[in-house]
Write a protein that binds this ligand. Structure first.
Ligand code: SAM
Length: 346
C-alpha cells in the first residue's frame, strides 16, 4: 500500500478532468495533504478505478527558455519567464518543493525545476513544471502513469491500478531497475532517499523482487533482439510469457508492459500470424488507453493496426506462422484461448 496521511487536507478537494476536452466532472478526486516523510502529496478522496483521469494540466513554465548551462544565467532566464506569469501562478511556482535549497541556496528557481520538472515526451530534452502534478510523490511501484499529450499540450495522470480512498497518488520518476540502481538514480538526480512501498519491503522480499526485476531485464533484452525475433520466435514467445508473469507478480503496469505487447505484435506480424498480431496489438492499445486516455496520440496511431494489422511495416505475408486476422478463435474458455495465443507456452 502506498502511504496515506491522516493529516487534514491543506487544500479543498479537486475535480477530475476527462482529458479529452478538459471539462471538469463533479467528482472531487484528490486533495493536497502532508504525507509523512515526503513533504506534501496528493491523496485520493474516493476509491479510484484503473483508467480514471486524475489530472490534466498545462505547465506553468517549460525549460525551452533555458539556453545556458551557466547557473546564474539559467536563474535569470527562469526569473524572466516567471515574471510574465500571473501573480497567482508565480506564487504557486515559488511554493513548490526545492530539494536543493540547502546545497544551492542562490538558485532557488532552478532548484524548483530540478526537483519538479517532467520531460514533455519520451526522450524529450524539454521539461515542464506543473503546479499540481509537481506534488505527486515517487513510487517504484506507482499507481498512476504520466503522459504528455502533444495534441492538447497537457500532461495527463491516469490511474493504472485501483487506488483505494485515502491512498496517496504515486508515479515513477524513473524507468525502473533493481532497488540499488533505483535508489542511486533518485539520489543523484532528484536528491532524495526513496521510502516508497517497494523500497521499504523487508530485506528478503526486496531481494526476491530484485531477482525478478533482474530476470525481467534479461528477458526483455532477449525479446527485443531482432535476430531472436526472426530466427527464434518460439523461444521469444516462451520468454515473453515468463516476462508477463514477472510483470504481474511485480505489479508492473507501465510502458514496459505495453511495449512487450507491441514487440509480440510485430513478431507475429513478421511471421505472417495476423490473428495473434491482432490480439497483441489490441492489448497494447487497451493499455495505452488506460494509461493515456482514448485521446492519446499513441492510441490514434495503433488503432489502425487493431483493425488491419497487415498495414504495419512488420507484416510478412509468407511467414511460417501464417493466419488470417479473422482466425482469432471464438467461444473458447480462457485457459484454452491463452494456450492458443501463447502457442502452448502457458
Ligand atoms: C516533485 S516533489 C513531490 C512533492 C513534494 N513532496 C512536495 O512537498 O511538494 C519531489 C520531492 O518529494 C519528496 N519525495 C517524493 N517521492 C519520495 C519518495 N518515494 N520517498 C521520499 N521522498 C519523496 C522528495 O523530497 C522529492 O525531492
Amino acid at each position: 500500500m502506498a502511504p496515506s496521511s491522516t493529516s487534514p487536507p491543506t487544500s479543498p478537494p479537486h475535480t477530475s478532468q476527462n482529458g479529452e476536452n478538459g471539462e471538469n466532472s463533479q467528482n472531487a478526486l484528490w486533495t493536497l495533504q502532508d504525507v509523512p516523510g515526503k513533504g506534501k502529496g496528493l491523496v485520493v478522496t474516493q476509491d479510484v478505478t484503473p483508467g480514471t483521469c486524475l489530472l490534466s494540466e498545462a505547465p506553468l513554465i517549460t525549460t525551452e527558455i533555458i539556453t545556458s548551462f551557466d547557473m546564474d544565467s539559467t536563474e535569470q532566464q527562469l526569473l524572466g519567464a516567471l515574471n510574465k506569469l500571473p501573480k497567482a501562478d508565480q506564487e504557486r511556482y515559488r511554493s513548490l518543493h526545492n530539494n536543493f535549497s540547502d546545497s544551492d541556496p542562490t538558485h532557488p528557481l532552478s532548484g524548483i525545476v530540478r526537483s519538479n520538472a517532467y520531460p514533455l515526451g519520451v526522450e524529450e530534452e524539454v521539461g515542464g513544471v506543473f503546479a499540481d502534478i509537481a506534488r505527486i510523490n515517487h513510487s517504484c511501484r506507482p499507481n498512476v502513469v504520466q503522459y504528455w499529450n502533444p495534441l492538447f499540450e497537457k500532461m495527463t495522470i491516469y490511474a493504472v491500478r485501483a487506488i483505494p480512498k485515502g491512498t496517496e497518488i504515486t508515479t515513477s520518476y524513473i524507468p525502473g531497475g533493481v532497488s540499488q540502481e533505483r535508489k542511486q538514480i533518485l539520489k543523484d538526480h532528484f536528491g532524495f532517499d526513496c521510502t516508497c512501498e517497494l523500497c521499504s519491503l523487508p530485506e528478503d522480499k526486496l531481494r526476491q523482487s530484485d531477482e525478478r526485476i533482474a530476470r525481467a531485464e534479461k528477458l526483455d533484452e532477449m525479446i527485443g533482439n531482432s535476430k531472436n525475433i526472426y530466427y527464434a520466435p518460439e523461444e521469444v514467445m516462451k520468454n515473453a510469457r515468463s516476462l508477463l508473469n514477472i510483470y504481474e507478480q511485480e505489479g508492473i503496469k507501465d510502458g514496459r508492459l505495453s511495449r512487450l505487447y507491441f514487440d509480440l505484435f510485430q513478431m507475429c506480424n513478421m511471421h505472417g500470424d495476423l490473428a495473434r498480431a491482432r490480439c497483441f496489438v489490441k492489448y497494447h492499445c487497451d493499455l495505452k488507453k488506460l494509461a493515456e486516455g482514448k485521446d492519446s496520440k499513441n492510441v490514434y496511431e495503433v488503432l489502425l493496426y487493431v483493425k488491419s494489422p497487415q498495414k504495419h511495416g512488420s507484416y510478412e505475408p509468407d511467414g511460417k506462422w501464417k493466419t488470417a486476422a479473422s482466425d482469432v478463435p471464438k467461444g473458447m474458455k480462457a485457459t484454452e484461448f491463452a494456450n492458443w495465443l501463447w502457442r502452448g507456452n502457458i
